[in-house]
Unconditional design. Structure first.
Lengths: 265, 769
């Protein structure tokens, strides 16, 4: 780790002010991505602005029929929340599939989507449910939020404050873990929402994406068999020592089927 | 408080301390004035070092020293020795390239240490390490075992080993084997890969060096598997100082698996830094460093040929291996694929003629040395896979083929064609017991049901035998102190296996004292006179035997004093339950009363056990695996193991050894893959993000049981159990996977059999749910 200054602001406004004053500053949430990066000396921020002391960023509540999860809420809280289990159980399930208990007790939803790791689980839910990302200054639709590998629509000094999930009619997530890291090698989130069917795929490509062909097929017939008629183009997918692009393309279909089956209960 | 004897499942004495964070590992020590050592390592698999500029690093804040090999040469540090050197069959000596403590002129694997930086803090040392400028001229490399001796393969040691061959080593009767194979009714061959593994000890390697100017003595605190050997090599070969000028200490160790036996470059460098700077100096490997710069294990490519007569009895076995030693000869590197494993290639079978020939090669990869089982897993995998394969080719049930070829109990002691004498064992009984416990009879029905759920079920059997508890002697000293404590000084080394418990149990029984009164002292060259450390599943069979002899010596001594105290003839004194009594009366004195009478430190006794022969633990693993057809994901559904470890000291500790060994074996079979990129020579699996270690959830409950068939050569009748699980598991798991896919014509799968490999195979075969 290189040396840095540490700050622990008590409000979002103060955190934003610190980010503006220190252009080389970075936000610290659960630290489960950032700290290993620092330890490996792959980043050299001048300042760390810890979000852990900002009460308004943490917690889960209902707001006009939608579920609002504060950015600094750890995965473990989502996993075990009665409210989440009652309203969008697929989110509790997804949160419970992240890492191990230590990771779930530290890692946060805000940190996960701001980081936009191609293999992270949360982006699949955010995109799959057509959620809205709330920041200190605006609201960003999920479709506009994830812009590329480790890239988002966030500005340099912008802070995610919460994610607003509309309640779907039904939804489910199916994950095929990377055998070593247990991040998603392929994760498919399927949702039937008031705005139509949405299918989001994580882990398979450089960035989470919607599988529109399957969305169309499911709109006509929300059943596992609908997957059979859909082709997944492997040429856009990742290939590494754990899985070829072909394998990933195949797994997208298998996981989609499993997600649909589980959404149907 | 309690007395526990041999055979009882006593809970581990050390666990409350260890699980509440009170263990003392290397990195828990921070004496005042501590400085930190960091190594600059090669980013290249092979390169010439044109120039090293340490100027900026030396001027960086907090830096105390920056050294290259030239500095260490000037200081007189010798190279790291290889202590297992052999001759080729033609009598010429093997290649013996030197391994300097830092790279000299050339780097030969990614992670090869080049520059040492010592600074006030670890962060300052790392900062300065980044300022070291090294001008490398990359050269072509070879990282694949099978390609090492190809005519166009780049050379690791052009002068010492012009064709990358370090050694050819041979065992058995080549003529007899060729003749038998020529006459054989059937011959079956199989080529298989025994994959390279990274040891991944939970506690990474580390050391803390201190120097006392007044006595001109160095102390090294190090996570090791035995302090005496480490001291000998460090003092005599590397630092070139009298051994009494160096004290080596080992406290709690978070796993070694063979890898922590060796002297690594960081240790002499830290010692030299401590004496030069006159400050304590610590080095602890980061996880990434551990992946790159620990010794790795296995890495063989082997072809096995079996010849059979008309009744399918084996007439000959030939195993020809290529073993990757890495870029340098590690301390015992050449021993592993030769003497350590070579004798075991005939397994549990009655094979009249056998030949094992291994070609040890250099590649641009981390040095390879012992890893749990050290050579015997490679042998067991080769013979157990080859036999299973032969059964499928010849159209006979693999279990039946084993039954037909076992060494039978009536043949014991049995001398194998490779020259070992198995003293005891009942291989057929172990097999039948395992099949029964595994409910093999119910397997066809389970297979049908799994198939309906889109899963392919396979059943695999492997019968292993290994060699343990042989080699050099071990000594112990037992002190019975007037204050009611018993202290044992023994030269083995706990690495987490539970020695505190095991030895206390032996002494509790031998001396009739409370289990809690026994203190076990290991890992300090000042306190323990000699020792061979842990390795080869020898601690309890050999160290335990020495302990028993030492306890007997104390009792003998005490008896004389007791006779005096009781004013009786020594011949009339009996010892039981911790008391000496005059026979036929209730007049007596306790052992501790006698120790008090002796005065001073009390009484002590010594014992040395020299194993007359190695022991031969053996057993049978029966595994059921399921493959999810849709995804290729394999799961272990059932695991049954029946072992013969001879007499059992503590069933609980034993189960721990077996469970851990099986987890590692399953890891090798299904998960652990060490990938050096042939193109770049980089280690692609250099962290747990890419190197898959088994987790608790990857294993089912293991049905472990044993038959106690005492060793006839070990004083305690024990055979050793530390490595067995890791030896039997890989062939059993792979045999099960092949069984699952046999109906599609699959005959062999190389480890690790990952989901991705299975899926690609299912796709090729056109198998769908
Ligand atoms: C061993 C391990 C296993 C894991 N397994 C999984 C897994 O299976 N699936 C999975 O999805 N993830 C996994 N993770 C990642 C983990 O779950 C976290 O989601 C992830 O580390 C990011 O969250 P964090 O709170 O730790 O963020 P941090 O590491 O603190 O920050 C990450 C990045 O986001 C920025 N950031 C943080 N909060 C905000 C905010 N509110 N607004 C703007 N920017 C912000 C930071 O500046 C930083 O750049 C794993 C991590 C570990 C260490």
């Amino acid at each position: 780790m290189y040396a840095f200054e540490y700050h622990r602001p008590a409000s979002v406004a103060e955190a934003v002010r610190l980010l503006r004053e220190k252009p080389e500053a970075k936000l610290l949430a659960g630290g489960h991505t950032l700290i290993p990066t620092l330890k490996q000396r792959l980043a050299q921020p001048s300042d760390l602005v810890d979000l852990g002391g900002i009460a308004e960023l943490r917690g889960i509540r209902e707001e006009g029929g939608a579920l609002v999860i504060g950015a600094a809420t750890p995965h473990g809280e989502v996993e075990t929340s009665d409210l989440v289990r009652r309203t969008i159980p697929a989110l509790a399930h997804l949160a419970g599939e992240i890492g191990d208990p230590q990771v779930r007790n530290r890692g946060t939803i805000g940190g996960s989507i701001a980081n936009n790791d191609p293999a992270a689980d949360w982006p699949a839910a955010v995109l799959g449910l057509g959620a809205t990302v709330r920041t200190d200054r605006r609201e960003i639709a999920a479709d506009d939020f994830f812009t590329g590998m480790f890239e988002t629509a966030l500005e340099a000094d912008e802070i995610v404050t919460a994610v607003v999930f509309p309640r779907p009619r039904r939804a489910a997530y199916a994950k095929f873990p990377n055998p070593a890291s247990r991040y998603a090698m392929v994760g498919v989130f399927v949702a039937e929402t008031d705005g139509g069917v949405r299918v989001a795929v994580t882990g398979a490509a450089p960035c989470v994406f919607r599988l529109t062909a399957l969305e169309r097929a499911l709109a006509a017939n929300f059943a596992p068999e609908a997957v059979d008629g859909v082709t997944v183009d492997a040429s856009e997918l990742n290939s590494d020592i754990h899985a070829s692009a072909d394998y990933r393309a195949h797994l997208v279909k298998v996981m989609a089927k499993r997600a649909i089956a589980s959404a149907l209960g | 408080m309690g007395r526990f004897g041999v055979g009882q499942a006593v809970a581990r004495k050390e666990d409350p301390r260890l699980v509440t964070g009170r263990g003392r590992y290397v990195d828990d020590h921070a004496p005042p004035g501590l400085a930190h050592l960091v190594l600059v390592r090669s980013p290249h698999a092979h390169a010439v070092i044109r120039r090293i500029d340490t100027g900026a690093a030396r001027r960086a804040p907090g830096v105390l020293a920056v050294w290259t090999i030239e500095d260490l040469d000037r200081a007189g540090l010798g190279p790291l020795p290889c202590k297992a050197l052999y001759d080729n069959p033609d009598g010429t000596p093997m290649a013996r390239p030197e391994r300097p403590v830092l790279a000299r002129g050339r780097v030969r694997f990614v992670g090869d240490p080049v520059v040492a930086v010592i600074a006030e803090t670890r962060a300052a040392a790392r900062d300065a390490a980044e300022l070291v400028e090294i001008d490398y001229e990359p050269r072509p490399h070879v990282v694949e075992t099978a390609r090492a001796t190809a005519p166009d393969a780049p050379r690791v040691w052009p002068e010492e080993a012009p064709d990358n061959r370090a050694l050819v080593w041979e065992l058995g009767d080549a003529e007899a084997v060729e003749a038998a194979l020529a006459r054989a009714v059937h011959t079956v061959s199989l080529t298989l890969v025994n994959n390279r593994l990274v040891p991944c000890s939970m506690e990474t390697r580390g050391c803390l060096a201190e120097y006392d100017p007044a006595s001109d003595r160095l102390t090294l605190l190090v996570g090791s598997q035995g302090v005496h050997n480490m001291r000998r090599i460090l003092a005599e070969d590397v630092l070139r100082i009298p051994p009494e000028k160096l004290r080596v200490v080992t406290r709690d160790v978070g796993g070694g698996f063979g890898m922590k036996i060796w002297v690594f470059p960081e240790y002499p460098i830290a010692l030299h830094a401590a004496r030069t700077l006159r400050r304590p100096v610590k080095w602890v490997a980061e996880r990434g460093e551990a992946f790159l710069a620990d010794t790795h294990g296995r890495d063989h490519v082997t072809t096995v040929t079996l010849g059979f007569d008309a009744d399918l009895r084996i007439v000959a076995l030939k195993a020809e291996a290529t073993a990757n030693l890495g870029a340098y000869l590690s301390q015992f590197g050449p021993f592993i694929p030769t003497e350590a494993g070579g004798y075991m290639y005939t397994g549990v079978y009655d094979i009249p003629a056998a030949l094992y020939r291994v070609t040890c090669v250099f590649t641009h990869t981390a040095p390879v040395d012992a890893y749990r089982g050290a050579g015997r897993p490679e042998a067991a995998y080769a013979v157990e896979r080859a036999l299973d394969h032969a059964a499928r080719v010849l159209g006979i049930d693999p279990v039946e083929l084993r039954r037909r070829n076992f060494v039978r109990p009536g043949q014991m002691p049995y001398t194998t064609a490779l020259g070992y004498t198995y003293d005891s064992g009942d291989f057929p009984r172990i097999l039948e017991r395992a099949l029964e416990r595994a409910d093999v009879a119910g397997f066809p029905e389970r297979r049908r049901r799994a198939r309906r759920d889109g899963r392919l079920l396979g059943l695999g059997v492997a019968c292993y035998i290994e060699r343990c508890a042989g080699g050099p002697d071990e000594s112990a000293r037992v002190e019975v102190r007037p204050d009611g404590r018993v202290r044992l000084f023994v030269g083995t080394q706990n690495n987490g296996q539970g020695h505190e418990t095991a030895y206390a149990q032996i002494l509790s029984e031998m001396l009739g004292v409370d289990f809690e009164t026994v203190e076990v002292i290991q890992g300090d060259t000042d306190l323990v006179e000699s020792g061979r450390g842990t390795g080869g599943s020898r601690s309890i069979p050999v160290g335990g035997a020495a302990t028993r002899l030492a306890a007997e010596a104390v009792v003998e001594k005490a008896k004389r004093l007791a006779a005096e105290m009781l004013e009786a003839a020594e011949a009339d004194i009996v010892f039981a339950d911790g008391r000496f009594r005059i026979v036929g009366t209730d007049r007596g004195v306790s052992l501790f009363e006698v120790a008090a009478r002796a005065g001073g430190e009390g009484l002590d006794g010594r014992g040395t056990f020299q194993p007359p022969a190695p022991t031969f633990p053996n057993g049978c693993h029966v595994v059921e695996v399921a493959i999810d057809i849709a995804t290729g994901w394999p799961t272990i559904e059932r695991y049954t193991v029946v072992d013969d470890f001879g007499r059992v000291l503590n069933p609980l500790l034993l189960a721990g050894q077996v469970h851990g060994g099986i987890a590692q074996g399953v890891g090798q079979a299904l998960m652990e893959e060490t990938v050096y990129d042939p193109e770049s020579g980089q280690l692609l699996t250099g962290s747990f993000m890419d190197y898959r270690l088994p987790r608790a959830s990857d294993l089912p409950m293991i049905d472990f049981s044993y038959l106690e068939i005492p060793s006839t050569t070990n004083l305690l009748g024990m055979k050793g159990a530390g490595e067995a699980g890791a030896i039997g598991a890989p062939p059993a798991v792979v045999n099960a996977l092949v069984d699952a896919l046999a109906e599609f014509g699959v005959r062999h799968l190389d480890m690790p059999v990952t989901p991705s490999r299975l899926w690609e195979l299912l796709r090729e075969l056109g198998v769908t749910g």
